[in-house]
Design a protein around this ligand. Structure first.
Ligand SMILES: *[C@@H]1O[C@H](CO)[C@@H](O)[C@H](O)[C@H]1NC(C)=O
Ligand SMILES: *[C@@H]1O[C@H](CO)[C@@H](O)[C@H](O)[C@H]1NC(C)=O
Ligand SMILES: *[C@@H]1O[C@H](CO)[C@@H](O)[C@H](O)[C@H]1NC(C)=O
Ligand SMILES: *[C@@H]1O[C@H](CO)[C@@H](O)[C@H](O)[C@H]1NC(C)=O
Ligand SMILES: *[C@@H]1O[C@H](CO)[C@@H](O)[C@H](O)[C@H]1NC(C)=O
Ligand SMILES: *[C@@H]1O[C@H](CO)[C@@H](O)[C@H](O)[C@H]1NC(C)=O
Length: 223
Protein backbone atom coordinates (compact mmCIF):
# COMPACT_ATOMS: atom_id res chain seq x y z
CA UNK A 1 0.00 0.00 0.00
CA UNK A 2 1.39 3.38 -0.85
CA UNK A 3 1.38 6.26 1.60
CA UNK A 4 -0.77 8.20 -0.79
CA UNK A 5 -3.49 5.59 -0.89
CA UNK A 6 -3.21 5.11 2.85
CA UNK A 7 -4.27 8.57 4.00
CA UNK A 8 -5.15 10.30 0.75
CA UNK A 9 -8.61 8.75 0.58
CA UNK A 10 -9.47 10.03 4.02
CA UNK A 11 -8.31 13.53 3.22
CA UNK A 12 -10.36 13.58 0.04
CA UNK A 13 -13.43 12.57 2.03
CA UNK A 14 -12.74 15.02 4.80
CA UNK A 15 -13.61 17.75 2.37
CA UNK A 16 -17.26 16.84 2.00
CA UNK A 17 -18.63 15.30 5.16
CA UNK A 18 -20.59 16.19 8.23
CA UNK A 19 -20.48 19.34 10.31
CA UNK A 20 -18.25 19.81 13.31
CA UNK A 21 -19.34 19.57 16.93
CA UNK A 22 -18.84 22.95 18.52
CA UNK A 23 -19.76 22.12 22.08
CA UNK A 24 -16.98 20.41 23.96
CA UNK A 25 -19.29 19.18 26.71
CA UNK A 26 -21.01 16.89 24.22
CA UNK A 27 -17.83 15.37 22.83
CA UNK A 28 -17.05 11.71 23.53
CA UNK A 29 -14.56 11.13 26.33
CA UNK A 30 -14.37 7.41 27.12
CA UNK A 31 -13.09 5.12 24.37
CA UNK A 32 -12.92 1.33 24.68
CA UNK A 33 -11.10 -1.13 22.44
CA UNK A 34 -12.22 -4.76 22.62
CA UNK A 35 -9.37 -7.29 22.53
CA UNK A 36 -9.46 -11.04 21.81
CA UNK A 37 -6.69 -13.53 20.95
CA UNK A 38 -5.35 -13.22 17.38
CA UNK A 39 -6.64 -9.69 16.91
CA UNK A 40 -5.18 -7.87 13.91
CA UNK A 41 -2.51 -5.48 15.19
CA UNK A 42 -3.19 -2.58 12.87
CA UNK A 43 -6.98 -2.78 13.33
CA UNK A 44 -6.17 -1.78 16.89
CA UNK A 45 -3.12 0.44 16.49
CA UNK A 46 -4.17 2.37 13.36
CA UNK A 47 -7.24 3.93 14.98
CA UNK A 48 -5.52 4.16 18.37
CA UNK A 49 -2.56 6.07 17.01
CA UNK A 50 -4.82 8.68 15.44
CA UNK A 51 -6.60 8.90 18.81
CA UNK A 52 -3.26 9.06 20.67
CA UNK A 53 -2.63 12.28 18.77
CA UNK A 54 -6.20 13.51 19.42
CA UNK A 55 -5.63 12.97 23.15
CA UNK A 56 -3.09 15.79 23.11
CA UNK A 57 -5.83 18.27 22.12
CA UNK A 58 -8.92 16.88 23.88
CA UNK A 59 -9.47 15.20 27.23
CA UNK A 60 -10.15 11.56 26.28
CA UNK A 61 -9.58 8.23 28.05
CA UNK A 62 -8.81 4.79 26.68
CA UNK A 63 -9.86 1.41 28.10
CA UNK A 64 -8.50 -1.87 26.70
CA UNK A 65 -11.13 -4.51 27.41
CA UNK A 66 -10.97 -8.29 27.26
CA UNK A 67 -12.23 -11.43 29.00
CA UNK A 68 -9.39 -11.37 31.56
CA UNK A 69 -6.50 -9.03 32.41
CA UNK A 70 -3.96 -11.43 30.87
CA UNK A 71 -1.99 -10.02 27.94
CA UNK A 72 -3.84 -10.55 24.66
CA UNK A 73 -1.63 -11.56 21.75
CA UNK A 74 -1.79 -11.31 17.99
CA UNK A 75 -0.24 -14.81 17.88
CA UNK A 76 -2.09 -17.33 15.69
CA UNK A 77 -4.42 -19.46 17.79
CA UNK A 78 -3.84 -22.70 15.92
CA UNK A 79 -1.03 -24.44 14.05
CA UNK A 80 -3.16 -24.23 10.93
CA UNK A 81 -2.95 -20.45 11.10
CA UNK A 82 0.86 -20.63 11.42
CA UNK A 83 2.14 -23.02 8.71
CA UNK A 84 5.78 -21.91 9.07
CA UNK A 85 5.83 -22.16 12.84
CA UNK A 86 6.89 -18.53 13.14
CA UNK A 87 7.39 -16.91 16.50
CA UNK A 88 6.15 -13.45 15.67
CA UNK A 89 3.53 -11.62 17.68
CA UNK A 90 2.74 -8.72 19.98
CA UNK A 91 0.63 -8.61 23.12
CA UNK A 92 -1.40 -5.88 24.77
CA UNK A 93 -2.27 -5.76 28.45
CA UNK A 94 -5.98 -5.05 29.04
CA UNK A 95 -6.95 -2.40 31.55
CA UNK A 96 -10.41 -3.87 32.22
CA UNK A 97 -12.40 -7.06 31.82
CA UNK A 98 -15.86 -7.38 30.29
CA UNK A 99 -17.19 -7.46 33.88
CA UNK A 100 -15.61 -4.25 35.19
CA UNK A 101 -15.25 -2.02 32.12
CA UNK A 102 -16.73 1.46 32.56
CA UNK A 103 -19.53 2.77 30.36
CA UNK A 104 -18.11 3.90 27.03
CA UNK A 105 -18.87 6.78 24.72
CA UNK A 106 -17.06 5.06 21.84
CA UNK A 107 -16.86 1.27 21.44
CA UNK A 108 -14.21 0.02 19.03
CA UNK A 109 -14.01 -3.55 17.71
CA UNK A 110 -11.05 -4.79 15.68
CA UNK A 111 -10.97 -7.80 13.37
CA UNK A 112 -8.36 -10.43 12.69
CA UNK A 113 -8.07 -14.20 12.38
CA UNK A 114 -9.32 -14.44 15.98
CA UNK A 115 -12.81 -13.42 14.85
CA UNK A 116 -13.17 -17.00 13.47
CA UNK A 117 -12.68 -18.60 16.90
CA UNK A 118 -15.44 -20.65 18.51
CA UNK A 119 -15.21 -19.19 22.02
CA UNK A 120 -16.24 -15.59 21.42
CA UNK A 121 -19.70 -15.67 23.03
CA UNK A 122 -18.60 -13.58 26.08
CA UNK A 123 -16.94 -11.08 23.73
CA UNK A 124 -20.11 -10.80 21.65
CA UNK A 125 -22.29 -10.45 24.75
CA UNK A 126 -20.03 -7.61 25.92
CA UNK A 127 -20.21 -5.90 22.52
CA UNK A 128 -24.03 -6.07 22.62
CA UNK A 129 -24.13 -4.49 26.10
CA UNK A 130 -21.48 -1.84 25.51
CA UNK A 131 -22.89 -0.85 22.12
CA UNK A 132 -26.28 -0.29 23.74
CA UNK A 133 -24.74 2.33 26.04
CA UNK A 134 -22.19 3.87 23.67
CA UNK A 135 -22.71 6.97 21.60
CA UNK A 136 -20.67 5.51 18.72
CA UNK A 137 -19.58 2.06 17.57
CA UNK A 138 -16.57 1.73 15.26
CA UNK A 139 -15.44 -1.58 13.77
CA UNK A 140 -12.43 -2.38 11.60
CA UNK A 141 -12.13 -5.27 9.15
CA UNK A 142 -13.84 -8.47 10.37
CA UNK A 143 -14.71 -6.71 13.63
CA UNK A 144 -18.01 -6.04 11.86
CA UNK A 145 -18.72 -9.79 11.96
CA UNK A 146 -18.64 -9.63 15.77
CA UNK A 147 -20.79 -6.50 15.84
CA UNK A 148 -23.27 -8.23 13.50
CA UNK A 149 -23.35 -11.30 15.75
CA UNK A 150 -24.05 -8.94 18.66
CA UNK A 151 -27.06 -7.48 16.82
CA UNK A 152 -25.42 -4.08 16.46
CA UNK A 153 -25.74 -4.10 12.67
CA UNK A 154 -29.37 -5.23 12.46
CA UNK A 155 -31.05 -3.22 9.71
CA UNK A 156 -27.89 -1.19 9.16
CA UNK A 157 -25.62 -0.49 6.23
CA UNK A 158 -22.20 -1.97 6.93
CA UNK A 159 -19.02 -3.25 5.37
CA UNK A 160 -16.12 -5.54 6.15
CA UNK A 161 -12.85 -6.84 4.70
CA UNK A 162 -13.34 -7.58 1.00
CA UNK A 163 -10.66 -10.35 1.04
CA UNK A 164 -12.87 -12.25 3.52
CA UNK A 165 -16.17 -11.00 2.14
CA UNK A 166 -17.92 -14.38 2.20
CA UNK A 167 -17.53 -14.54 5.97
CA UNK A 168 -20.21 -11.93 6.55
CA UNK A 169 -22.88 -14.10 4.87
CA UNK A 170 -25.79 -14.77 7.18
CA UNK A 171 -24.56 -12.28 9.80
CA UNK A 172 -26.85 -9.48 10.93
CA UNK A 173 -30.62 -9.38 10.66
CA UNK A 174 -31.40 -7.25 7.62
CA UNK A 175 -27.85 -5.90 7.46
CA UNK A 176 -27.16 -4.28 4.09
CA UNK A 177 -23.57 -5.40 3.45
CA UNK A 178 -22.01 -2.89 1.07
CA UNK A 179 -19.45 -4.58 -1.17
CA UNK A 180 -17.73 -1.49 -2.50
CA UNK A 181 -16.79 0.83 0.36
CA UNK A 182 -13.63 1.71 2.23
CA UNK A 183 -15.92 2.40 5.18
CA UNK A 184 -19.66 2.82 5.79
CA UNK A 185 -21.37 5.19 8.22
CA UNK A 186 -24.94 4.45 9.33
CA UNK A 187 -26.01 6.77 12.11
CA UNK A 188 -23.73 6.14 15.06
CA UNK A 189 -22.34 2.89 13.65
CA UNK A 190 -19.21 3.02 11.50
CA UNK A 191 -17.70 -0.08 9.88
CA UNK A 192 -14.56 -0.19 7.76
CA UNK A 193 -13.04 -2.48 5.20
CA UNK A 194 -9.78 -4.33 5.93
CA UNK A 195 -6.99 -3.31 8.26
CA UNK A 196 -5.61 -0.04 6.85
CA UNK A 197 -9.11 1.28 6.06
CA UNK A 198 -9.61 1.58 9.82
CA UNK A 199 -7.39 4.62 10.10
CA UNK A 200 -9.17 6.38 7.23
CA UNK A 201 -12.54 5.63 8.85
CA UNK A 202 -11.27 6.89 12.19
CA UNK A 203 -10.04 10.16 10.68
CA UNK A 204 -13.36 10.71 8.93
CA UNK A 205 -15.30 9.88 12.11
CA UNK A 206 -13.03 12.36 13.91
CA UNK A 207 -13.82 14.98 11.28
CA UNK A 208 -17.55 14.54 11.83
CA UNK A 209 -17.29 14.65 15.63
CA UNK A 210 -14.29 16.89 16.40
CA UNK A 211 -14.30 19.00 13.28
CA UNK A 212 -12.39 19.39 10.10
CA UNK A 213 -9.47 21.38 11.50
CA UNK A 214 -8.73 18.77 14.14
CA UNK A 215 -9.04 15.80 11.77
CA UNK A 216 -7.03 17.45 9.02
CA UNK A 217 -4.28 18.41 11.43
CA UNK A 218 -4.08 14.86 12.79
CA UNK A 219 -4.10 13.32 9.30
CA UNK A 220 -1.24 15.62 8.33
CA UNK A 221 0.74 14.77 11.46
CA UNK A 222 0.29 11.05 10.81
CA UNK A 223 1.37 11.38 7.22
C1 LIG B 1 -11.65 20.62 5.57
O1 LIG B 1 -10.35 21.12 5.56
C2 LIG B 1 -9.75 21.17 4.31
C3 LIG B 1 -8.33 21.63 4.47
O2 LIG B 1 -8.28 22.86 5.14
C4 LIG B 1 -10.55 22.06 3.39
O3 LIG B 1 -10.01 22.00 2.09
C5 LIG B 1 -11.99 21.61 3.36
O4 LIG B 1 -12.79 22.51 2.63
C6 LIG B 1 -12.56 21.49 4.73
N1 LIG B 1 -13.90 20.91 4.66
C7 LIG B 1 -14.93 21.36 5.38
C8 LIG B 1 -16.20 20.60 5.27
O5 LIG B 1 -14.85 22.31 6.14
C1 LIG C 1 -12.38 21.90 22.98
O1 LIG C 1 -11.47 21.87 24.07
C2 LIG C 1 -10.10 21.73 23.70
C3 LIG C 1 -9.26 21.66 24.96
O2 LIG C 1 -9.90 20.90 25.94
C4 LIG C 1 -9.69 22.91 22.84
O3 LIG C 1 -8.34 22.70 22.43
C5 LIG C 1 -10.57 22.96 21.62
O4 LIG C 1 -10.26 24.11 20.87
C6 LIG C 1 -12.05 23.01 22.00
N1 LIG C 1 -12.84 22.87 20.79
C7 LIG C 1 -13.91 23.60 20.56
C8 LIG C 1 -14.57 23.35 19.25
O5 LIG C 1 -14.35 24.40 21.36
C1 LIG D 1 -23.66 22.75 25.01
O1 LIG D 1 -23.85 21.73 25.97
C2 LIG D 1 -24.59 22.17 27.09
C3 LIG D 1 -24.59 21.02 28.09
O2 LIG D 1 -24.93 19.82 27.49
C4 LIG D 1 -26.01 22.58 26.62
O3 LIG D 1 -26.73 23.06 27.72
C5 LIG D 1 -25.89 23.67 25.57
O4 LIG D 1 -27.15 23.99 25.07
C6 LIG D 1 -24.99 23.23 24.44
N1 LIG D 1 -24.79 24.32 23.50
C7 LIG D 1 -24.86 24.16 22.19
C8 LIG D 1 -24.56 25.38 21.36
O5 LIG D 1 -25.11 23.10 21.67
C1 LIG E 1 9.16 -16.81 21.06
O1 LIG E 1 9.90 -15.62 21.22
C2 LIG E 1 9.85 -15.12 22.54
C3 LIG E 1 10.57 -13.77 22.53
O2 LIG E 1 11.90 -13.92 22.06
C4 LIG E 1 10.49 -16.12 23.49
O3 LIG E 1 10.40 -15.64 24.81
C5 LIG E 1 9.77 -17.45 23.38
O4 LIG E 1 10.39 -18.42 24.17
C6 LIG E 1 9.72 -17.91 21.95
N1 LIG E 1 8.88 -19.09 21.86
C7 LIG E 1 9.28 -20.20 21.24
C8 LIG E 1 8.28 -21.32 21.21
O5 LIG E 1 10.37 -20.29 20.70
C1 LIG F 1 -35.27 -9.78 12.24
O1 LIG F 1 -35.84 -8.49 12.19
C2 LIG F 1 -37.24 -8.52 11.95
C3 LIG F 1 -37.68 -7.08 11.72
O2 LIG F 1 -37.25 -6.25 12.76
C4 LIG F 1 -37.95 -9.19 13.10
O3 LIG F 1 -39.32 -9.25 12.86
C5 LIG F 1 -37.39 -10.60 13.25
O4 LIG F 1 -37.93 -11.19 14.42
C6 LIG F 1 -35.88 -10.57 13.38
N1 LIG F 1 -35.35 -11.92 13.36
C7 LIG F 1 -34.47 -12.38 14.23
C8 LIG F 1 -33.99 -13.78 14.03
O5 LIG F 1 -34.05 -11.68 15.16
C1 LIG G 1 -27.84 2.55 3.11
O1 LIG G 1 -27.40 2.23 1.82
C2 LIG G 1 -28.37 2.47 0.81
C3 LIG G 1 -27.78 1.99 -0.51
O2 LIG G 1 -27.48 0.63 -0.43
C4 LIG G 1 -28.71 3.94 0.76
O3 LIG G 1 -29.73 4.17 -0.19
C5 LIG G 1 -29.17 4.40 2.13
O4 LIG G 1 -29.36 5.80 2.12
C6 LIG G 1 -28.14 4.04 3.18
N1 LIG G 1 -28.64 4.37 4.50
C7 LIG G 1 -27.96 5.12 5.36
C8 LIG G 1 -28.60 5.35 6.69
O5 LIG G 1 -26.87 5.62 5.09
Amino acid sequence: MSGKRFLGGALALLAGSASAQDNNSTLPVNFGMVLFPSFQAFDVFGPLDALNVLSMSYPINLYLISSTLDPVSTAPRSAGMNPHNSNFSQALVPTHTFEDAPALDVLMVPGGLGTRAGDLDPTIAYIADAAGEAEYVLTVCTGSWLAARAGVLDGKNATSNKASWAGREGLGNGTNWIAHARWVEDGNVWTSSGISAGIDMTLTWMESVFGNDTATSIANKLE
